[in-house]
Design a protein around this ligand. Sequence first.
Ligand code: MN
Length: 728
Amino acid sequence: METAEARYQSLLRTIARHAPSTDIALVDKAYRFADAKHKKQLRKSGEPYIIHPLAVAEIVVEIGLDTDAILAALLHDCLEDTDASYDEIVKLFGPTVAELVEGVTKLTRVNFSTTEEQQMENLRKMFMAMSKDIRVILIKIADRLHNMRTLEYQTPAKQISKSTETMEIYAPLAHRLGMQKLKWELEDISLQYLDPKGYQEIVDYLAAHKDQDDQFMQAIQDKITQRLESVGIHGKIYGRIKHVYSIYRKLKDQNKSVDELYDLYAFRVIVDSIADCYNVLGHIHDLFNLVPGRFKDYISTPKPNMYQSLHTTVIGDQGIPFEVQIRTWEMHETAEYGVAAHWKYKQGGAGAGQEKEFEWVRRLLESQQDTEAEDYIHSLRVDMFDDEVFVFTPRGKVISLPAKSTPIDFAYAIHSGVGNSMVGAKVNNRIASFDVQLKNGDIVEVLTSKSAKGPSRDWLKICQSNQARNKIKQWFKKEKREENILHGKASFESELRRINIDPSVLQNEEILPNILRKVSFDTLDDMYAAIGYGGMTAVKCVNRIRDELLKATKSAPKEAATPKPLQSAGKKSNAAVNSGVIVEDIGSCLVKFARCCTPVPGDLIVGFVTKGYGVSIHRCDCPNASLNIISKQPERWVKASWAVTTADEPFDTSLEVDCRDRDGLLLDIATVMTAQKIKMREINCRTISEGHAVTSLTFSVHNVEELNAVCSKIRSVPGVEQVRRGKT
Ligand code: MN
């Protein structure tokens, strides 16, 4: 059995070979620290645990990562499996190393329990989204590679699940990051556990033909070498059998047996310059017969994962086809270690350059669109991770939500029924507030109750997803029509008042149809309901009908003037003039003004035929003259309008003023009234709740313009919150 110390020496040798500039003192410190922390822990193989971090660090060195990544690899299981703390690692090795270790730990905690393809894609995305630093993923892939290499010590069930994960998550990620060598090894080991028979068949076939293959490859290699030497091109030629899993895929895809397989062999010619690549290509085509349609120039058009090479397939003397890949040394590094190789090249300008580094990865992944049959992974755009967050259900299903989503969004993403009966939420097993922002990898649980009251209107402001918003609105639309009408009416009328339009104008039957047409609702209640549940905003509705309303408001006095001929005609008995009011269709009659709404000239009015007291005049927006009430006894309601009165007679009216209770308020209001030369009849103030008061004013004005002027003056008194017509 390998001792830890021997393994450590091996790591140091690998460092000396691949990364001589590494700070060995720090590596030594990290090794001693991790070794002490993992002391007494054993791997399933019976080896001391530290063997694993040492092996992972060695892979990380081979990939070409920097000192921080090597330290993080040595420490990568400390947070999860020992009593080491984040702060401890910060203190000993700095914040960058600590963050890398924590990043790897988070990925380790991600629990895979699914095999659905869509879920796999989400998991891959979550992996990328969770690893803000690309080194985290690279270390994690190295970690997985060593675990796969030692998978024989695990239980059969674990072997299958780890192999599936590796095939679905880690190998595609390695491919996306351009690390072919790692990808191949991950795939071959996984296949060994997932289809032992299929794997063995290929391995046996290759073993049985090994001598023959070696001979064949040696012959080809010699032929190429001789040619290059004779023309003075400096290059190195390697021959290899394609990796087991790629042969396996080809067999499955083409439904063939191994000996029928087209190209098993691949040769690689590595040269010093791009010009040499094309020269070599010419010589290859001269030496062997070209298989048409198999030439690909990935030098002029690199693959999205940065892969560059010339590919061609040719047939030698023995009639066996083989592929030749031609590339430069730099292209070769990139092909073997992808992103990591790039890292290696750019290393040195540490720190500031890193931002750009990630952007490069991001761009690479954005443009990734593999069309080759063997690349079964889907396209992946990293930029979209900025506006997505991936979380788990308690059963391990991944749910993708817009960034900043809350438990409310999560609940509605599960089902509208879950959202509507939600009474609480747990995030990572802790009770969480509804508006907490979910993070990648969070496990979210919704607590529901049959007696839940349903969503609250605040939820509309809290949730981030349109899905949740629409479902909540839907609920309000269906469940709460009455309440919606009230809410909607209130906000609609307050919006009208904000732009100085009296809501009573809506009661004008002549303009009502126009207005409803403009907002596309059948009734006012429908409009209020829509505003109430949030399907429409009050501002939008008011904007659409503002012109109509202003027209109506302005023309109100003119309308009053239209009956003038009637009045002067006098005898035309379908109207009666009394106290400045014309009541249509009724002869001379007694008119009185309703105490509840105290109309003044300019108000839209309507008459109610009382039993014995003539006609009582209400404002159209008086609650006692609502459409609802009118519809109960329509025969007793009559149209009424103001006559143009020359008599300068004032009308009594009253206002209710909501205000903050304060000393001197009544005096201030009275002063405002006096300043406008308004004749006061009554003023009193009553406190209705802590700090709040209602002031009732009764006074006389000549018309609604004068009254509006009074209202706006009162509104400007400090502490006044609302001014309403009428009495309570
Ligand atoms: Mn590990």
